[in-house]
Design a protein around this ligand. Structure first.
Ligand SMILES: [Cu+2]
Length: 241
């Protein structure tokens, strides 16, 4: 149901939507049933001329079943929801499928820094591509993220991926996601993190391999760090001659 309003752009988005749907329809079913019965009883047994009110204690077995049977039925729904939620939680948060790529995500008051792997496919190397408030991903690739915060609690939340994870100062939190649709979407820090929290927005770009390659080439030419590295290499080569 949620996907009518918000595309499901990651591999686990539909599993999470399914849990939401089961919770929503279970609650909708019991809400309609109980309030339907409640309103029907109010009208059926409303005050009538010459009919005295009857006092029912609800203590007799024949009366108690109207409480205990629905109670057990609701418990069955609860167990169903818990089993589904734990399975999805395990797949999304406990399990860590092998990564095609890793990105480093750093929250600070009040911007996101994304460190992408360069052409060598690894982070923490000289060709890393660092972008502020722009996360560039390749479609159908499994990503690990290394989430950090330099100051206070932030929340890395990409609604189209159904991804949400707090960033905690002093910790590096590893998680995963796999974008399955190409497109561009906004996202926003989801933890009140100070006066500028409301402007701590970013944009995710999910690209085809060709588009991702083109972005990488363009970004490599723009990275100040990269240019000086290349310049240094060129200078070193010249000195060596
Ligand atoms: Cu924040």
């Amino acid at each position: 149901m949620i996907e009518y309003y918000l595309v499901a752009a990651s591999s686990f988005a539909r599993d999470i939507d399914m849990v939401f749907d089961v919770v929503f329809w279970s609650v909708a079913f019991w809400f309609t049933l109980t309030f339907g019965a409640f309103i029907w009883l109010i009208f059926k047994f409303r005050a009538k001329e010459g009919v005295p009110a009857q006092y029912i204690t609800g203590e007799e077995k024949s009366q108690k079943k109207y409480i205990s049977y629905p109670h057990f039925a609701v418990l069955i729904f609860d167990v169903l929801i818990i089993v589904m939620a734990v399975r999805v939680w395990y797949d999304v948060k406990q399990d860590l499928p092998p990564a095609d790529h890793t990105v480093r995500v750093i929250g600070q008051q009040w911007a996101w820094t994304f460190v992408h792997p360069g052409p060598d496919g690894k982070i923490d190397t000289a060709d890393d591509i660092t972008e502020i408030d722009e996360l560039h991903l390749q479609v159908d690739s499994t990503y690990h993220y290394k989430l950090e915060s330099t100051d206070v609690l932030h929340s890395f939340s990409i609604p189209v991926f159904r991804l949400k994870q707090d960033a905690i100062p002093g910790r590096v939190i590893t998680g995963w996601f796999k974008p399955i649709l190409t497109g561009e979407w906004d996202f926003q820090c989801a933890e009140i993190c100070g006066i500028g929290h409301g402007i701590m927005a970013a944009r995710v770009f999910v690209e085809t391999p060709a588009e991702h390659e083109a972005w990488m080439q363009q970004a490599m030419n723009q990275q100040p760090g990269q240019q000086s590295e290349l310049q240094l290499a060129a200078n070193a080569a010249t000195v060596g001659e």
